[in-house]
Design a protein around this ligand. Structure first.
Ligand SMILES: [Zn+2]
Length: 58
């Protein structure tokens, strides 16, 4: 995994300088790291796990 390119799963925005962003394990498979930017959380933008297809927010 390339930690230099953490991008929001919803918007594709790089979260390097996004202090409100979160990274967490996918609720569906527990393996994939889901990244959500502050903006995506504020707007409740959907994300899809690229590993198992889980759709959130949750
Ligand atoms: Zn998953």
């Amino acid at each position: 995994m390339d930690k230099k390119a953490n991008k929001c799963a919803s918007t594709g925005i790089e979260i390097t300088n996004d202090k409100g962003s979160v990274i967490f394990d996918c609720p569906g498979c527990g393996k994939h790291k889901v990244i959500r930017s502050y903006n995506a959380r504020q707007t409740s933008a959907q994300y899809v796990c690229s590993e198992c297809g889980f759709v959130g927010p949750n």
